[in-house]
Ligand binder design. Structure first.
Ligand SMILES: Cc1ncc(COP(=O)(O)O)c(C=O)c1O
Length: 395
């Protein structure tokens, strides 16, 4: 069987929701994957910021195998040991109070939206239910999270959309203030917008949102599904800003490739939920949380954090050296970088893939670099050599 054969069968049997590239990676080790034709690729997209430790990390394999030998699934009607351990780790790292587990980023954000509403409902302020979100944001594909997503192209054809969202301009405090009414309950924001084109929030902007939420009794929700888990150099992106949200969501890197999502909240906000208010059959499943515990242990080790920081500086320096008049900006934080061009980058992404480098866009004109956090200098050099060659080919 080869790439072509699996693509042909995929087109016949898999629902047509993705514009897919014509390869089928079947094996991964570290920063590399191999497709069905045996071709090797350097993976600088890592499942879109998921594979924080690369592919098939031996210690994650060990954690998964050990848990698989003991208990795969048990209902949340009981205490799940690795879930409790992961909750404790995340609570201590975040400075928040409680964790809720689910299976994806959209679910984590859906949980956050529900918690915001229930929190004010419990205080007899059910009229306070509106959430201010941002243009060019991305929060997921469920009906509520796609509505929270400030990009109309994702919403088209899904009307009627849930009510209760208002859209401000990212990094523009005045546009947020203008939207605040007696109905406003929360502000929900990605500290670094991912899908919208790798846009970090300004320091002053996030701090001002925190102040605004304190003054007006609003909850501040950070979506760190893409920018969390060490991606920006600190475990949570907000730790670069010296502030703390009331609620933060994680997914992607939390399982290093095993599906898991989480919502963390301060004890005050978490009191919005009581037994029966929210649930997920698989949320915090023993396999997912056993892997999650190991991911968190590995990526918070001081030597690991230091290495990630060094690689982030190195990658950015190499990108900055590239001379190409089509590049109009290079931006991002840590190992979440974007190179913006003056034209659509689909052809460039394809040229990189042909030459053995997997990358993905973030919006039409930005190429995104979200490699494993344990990437090394030689791998960055290799990626840059391919990227330069692809730029030359790309007309
Ligand atoms: C910031 C952000 N939030 C939410 C999501 C949705 O996550 P999932 O695809 O796991 O539902 C994504 C996915 O790209 C994301 O980048």
């Amino acid at each position: 069987m080869d790439n072509y054969e699996i693509m042909r069968r995929g087109q016949e049997y898999v629902m047509n929701t993705y514009g897919r590239f014509p390869i089928a990676p079947v094996k991964g080790r570290g920063s590399y994957v191999w497709d069905l034709d045996g071709k090797k690729y350097l993976d600088f997209l890592g499942g879109i910021a998921v594979c924080v430790l690369g592919h098939c990390h031996p210690e994650l394999q060990e954690a998964l195998k050990a848990q698989a030998a003991n208990l795969w699934h048990i209902s949340n009607l009981y205490w799940i040991k690795p879930q409790v351990e992961l909750a404790e780790k995340l609570v201590k790292l975040s400075g928040l109070g409680k964790a809720f587990f689910c299976n994806s980023g959209a679910e984590a954000n859906e949980a956050a939206i529900k918690l915001v509403r229930k929190y004010y409902y419990r205080q007899d302020q059910a009229e306070k239910h509106q959430i201010i979100v941002f243009k060019d944001s991305f929060h997921g594909r469920t009906l509520a999270t796609v509505t929270a997503t400030g990009q109309p192209k994702y919403q088209e054809g899904f009307a009627p959309l849930p009510k209760g969202f208002a859209y401000a301009d990212f990094n523009d405090l005045a546009s947020v203030e203008k939207l605040i009414t007696g109905k406003t309950a929360a502000i929900m924001v990605e500290p670094v917008q991912g899908e919208g084109g790798i846009h970090p929030a300004d320091q002053e902007f996030l701090k001002a949102l925190r102040r605004l939420c304190d003054e007006k009794d609003l909850l501040l929700v950070f979506d760190e599904v893409q920018c969390g888990m060490g991606r920006t150099g600190t475990f949570f992106a907000y730790q670069n800003y010296g502030i703390k949200p009331d609620i933060v969501t994680l997914a992607k890197g939390l399982g290093g490739g095993f599906p898991i999502g989480a919502m963390l909240a301060s004890d005050r906000a978490a009191a919005g939920f009581a037994p029966g208010d929210h649930a997920s059959t698989f949320g915090g499943n023993p396999l997912a949380t056993a892997v999650g515990n190991r991911v968190v242990e590995l990526i918070t080790a001081p030597a690991f954090v230091e290495h990630t920081g060094e690689m982030a500086i190195y990658l950015r320096a190499q990108l900055n050296k590239i001379q190409d008049i089509r590049i109009i900006d290079i931006r991002g934080m840590g190992l979440m970088l974007g190179v913006e061009f003056d034209r659509e980058v689909k052809g460039l992404v394809e040229a990189c893939m042909d030459q053995g480098l997997l990358l993905i866009g973030a919006g039409p004109k930005v190429v995104r670099f979200v490699p494993p956090l344990n990437i090394d200098q030689a791998e960055i050099d290799q990626a840059m050599a391919i990227f330069r060659r692809a730029l030359q080919e790309w007309k």
